[in-house]
Ligand binder design. Structure first.
Ligand code: NDP
Length: 450
């Protein structure tokens, strides 16, 4: 291993020993960008890697709110303002009981590279809280979101830091947060949050963007490898949230047959092909559990999750799209998928494959669409939402979708070109990291020691 990369990795491990997800994300990037570092010995003197992996700022704060029984609840919240190198900090807000500093840092770190790949002027950030939205009333969600924004508003702004949705933060939560921001600031700053509702500044196609973008990226990757398409291929998609639902919609439009979807409790397998209208009704309208799918489609099968290895990956498919959460595809799951003949894996979620699972796929010749590139459609469309807010003008659904398709096609091309330039074949995991890093490194060099 390159000496500089090895030293920085060692120091980072020592300093952040209790942050496994963050270390996993850093290690993946550092080990794949080695050839670029080799080519640029000046990076060491500039402390470029050290500066790239240390967040510019981390804000941690308390959120106190009152539940429906009149009891005071306290949550811990974060905003990691990772890098403003190429634009205002930009990244979503995750509301999930597992949120901690390690997860916030890994997501923020990934975000810098993802945003670089979009080719748009957005820096990297991430935020969230260990608040669990499940089972809360609308009023409780509003109380939490208002309390959260009361503190967060000091740190964000349309030219400073622009949060968006993520796990547990959808249109409803963004609406409550935007209302509170506006109340406190006494100004309509439309571009301060993205993923807004269409009635007050949101962009058409933002809801669909991450899932659609993933499908466009996969289409390009399949085309570049043997001129393949989704047509006639079986697909499993984990999760049944924002990313999973719209990935399913686009894959079906492209002729793929989605046979399984999941939530954190288990998965449904429908050999006739998933009926997306039923999934949307359960998840977007009733906020229910995926098991309820069987109430409408009694011939489908339900498999409960009983361990870290989700049962969805035991189902035989041509293409797997993990769209739920980090590390949901373990090495065991990767082995099951390969045994069953999977040809491609597309990461809709952030870092859904463990490091050894990704390595196993690559070793076995399975195509891997890395999250940073493949799920960048969401943030790219958020940047398009910001430009519409600045212009005080809206594009049609078709216009945004066309731009998204163009951006995803370009992102795939950047990953492919970078992989080829460094003789890495179709290793798009390395290609994505190299393409994103090269641009960030140039920007860092140009801006001096800050
Ligand atoms: P949602 O909250 O809409 O949906 C998340 C889905 O994943 C749900 O089905 C949920 O099941 C499942 N899930 C969440 N946590 C776990 C867990 N620990 N184990 C198993 N299943 C879990 O989130 P999104 O669809 O927005 O996000 C999904 C992933 O995509 C995340 O990794 C996110 O960071 C990433 N992403 C999202 C973008 C966006 O635009 N929304 C953009 C880029 C990346 P349950 O309901 O049971 O909890």
């Amino acid at each position: 291993m390159n000496n500089y990369v090895a030293r920085v990795l060692e120091e980072t491990k020592k300093k952040n020993a209790n942050e496994p997800e963050y270390l996993q994300a850093v290690e993946e990037v550092l080990t794949t960008i080695e050839p670029v570092v080799e080519k640029h010995p000046e990076y060491e003197e500039l402390g470029l890697l050290e500066r790239m992996i240390e967040p510019e700022r981390i804000i941690t704060f308390r959120v106190s709110w009152i539940d429906d029984n009149g009891k005071v609840n306290v949550n811990r919240a974060f905003r990691v303002q990772y890098s403003s190198l190429i634009g205002p900090y930009k990244g979503g807000i995750r509301l999930h009981p597992t949120v901690n500093q390690s997860i916030m840092k890994f997501l923020g770190f990934e975000q810098i590279f993802k945003n670089s790949l979009t080719g748009l002027p957005i820096g990297g950030g991430k935020g969230g809280s260990d608040f669990d939205p499940k089972g809360k009333s609308d009023r409780e969600i509003m109380a939490f979101c208002q309390a959260f924004m009361t503190e967060l508003q000091r740190h964000i702004g349309q030219d400073v830091d622009v949060p968006a949705g993520d796990i547990g933060t959808g249109a409803r939560e963004i609406g409550y947060m935007f209302g509170q921001f506006k109340r406190i600031r006494n100004a309509y700053e439309g571009g301060v949050l993205t993923g807004k509702g269409l009635s007050y500044g949101g962009s058409l196609a933002r809801t669909e963007a991450t899932g659609f973008g993933l499908s466009y990226y996969m289409r390009e990757m399949l085309k570049a490898n043997g001129n393949q398409t989704f047509a006639g291929k079986t697909v499993s998609i984990s999760g049944s949230g924002n990313v999973a639902i719209y990935a399913c919609q686009k894959v079906q439009e492209m002729g793929g047959k989605v046979v399984a979807m999941s939530d954190s409790n288990g998965c449904v397998y429908d050999e006739n092909g998933i009926d997306l209208a039923t999934i949307k009704d359960i998840k977007e309208v009733k906020r229910g559990r995926i098991k309820d799918y069987l109430k409408v489609h009694s011939d489908a099968k339900y498999m409960e999750r009983t361990s870290a290895d989700s049962p969805i990956w035991t189902i035989k498919v041509d293409i797997a799209l993990p769209c739920a959460t980090q590390n949901e595809v373990t090495l065991n799951s990767a082995k099951e998928l390969v045994k069953n003949g999977v040809i491609a894996v597309g990461e809709g979620a952030n870092m859904p494959c463990t490091k050894d699972a990704t390595e196993y796929f690559l070793e076995k010749g399975v195509l891997v669409a890395p999250a940073k590139a493949a799920n960048a459609g969401g943030v790219a469309t958020s940047a398009i939402e910001m430009s519409q807010n600045s212009m005080r003008f809206y594009y049609t659904f078709e216009e945004v979708d066309k731009k998204l398709e163009g951006i995803m096609t370009n992102i795939f091309k950047s990953c492919k070109d970078a992989a080829e330039e460094y003789g890495l074949g179709n290793n798009y995991v390395a290609g994505a990291n190299i393409a994103a890093f090269s641009k960030l490194a140039e920007a860092m060099k140009a801006q001096g020691v800050v």
